[in-house]
Design a protein around this ligand. Structure first.
Ligand SMILES: [Cu+2]
Length: 68
């Protein structure tokens, strides 16, 4: 289990936070997701044998936000 912090750009409200939280939580291997609008980031606890940082970034971008 590893904690990864990913910068998320383009979030403007609680709805955006909920969207990012939802897409990340849906990925297999993700155990916990904490998204902060103020800090513009997502902190994800995940089993890195199942899901890598690239997949988290891709999921955020697919949802219409910038990630890195
Ligand atoms: Cu929003």
């Amino acid at each position: 289990m590893e904690t990864m912090t990913i910068k998320v750009g383009g979030m403007t409200c609680g709805g955006c936070v909920a969207s990012v939280t939802r897409v990340l939580s849906a990925l297999d291997g993700v155990k916990n997701v904490t998204v902060s609008l103020e800090q513009a980031q997502a902190v994800v606890v995940a089993d890195t044998a199942k899901v890598g940082r690239e997949q988290l970034v891709q999921a955020i971008e697919d949802a219409g936000f910038e990630a890195g």
